[in-house]
Design a protein around this ligand. Sequence first.
Ligand code: APR
Length: 172
Amino acid sequence: MALIEVVLGDIADEVVDAIVTAANESLLGGGGVDWAVHSAAGPRLAQAGGAIAPCLPGDAKVTPAFDLDPPVKYVIHTVGPVWDGGAYGEADTLASCYRRCLQVADELGVRGIAFPAIATGVYGFPSALAARIAVATIKSAQTDVALIRLVAFDQTAYDLLVEATQRDDLPA
Ligand code: APR
């Protein structure tokens, strides 16, 4: 069972093997957390991402971390669902993001991974529901990753993630 941590900060500062970015299908970078990760990793990240694009919603693809400092070796790009009211499989797609990132991490032998709150910014996914989906998916995942860090960028997101880790009625 992985250790699940919730922290408040900039994911680009995380000291783990793999950092997850909330990307779009082009993997060329964008705003939000994608901007922070691409800014830290340098222009080669977009070149490498573009070469393996598209990444479909719910999927995850890996590139090197380039200019991100060691021990960060990988950037795992995942594309969350655009929130459209909740009746179009958005929850399942978001759960798939976390599951696929952990599958990719396991294929790489990653021991520590940091996730942002995928889809809760530009893509508009409600933060409280997203936090519960993230924690439920991570807790139910069969993974060899030892440390899973959920990185909140603001206090509200942090509080929601902490609350989700303390619930025992998470969605299956
Ligand atoms: N570190 C950690 N979390 C961050 C950071 C950061 N440096 N910057 C933003 N966040 C948080 C936001 O506060 C939000 O809670 O990441 C979460 C996800 O927000 P977005 O980055 O907007 O990602 P998403 O909602 O999945 O939208 C993806 O936005 O940036 C573009 O290219 C991206 O088209 C894609 C879309």
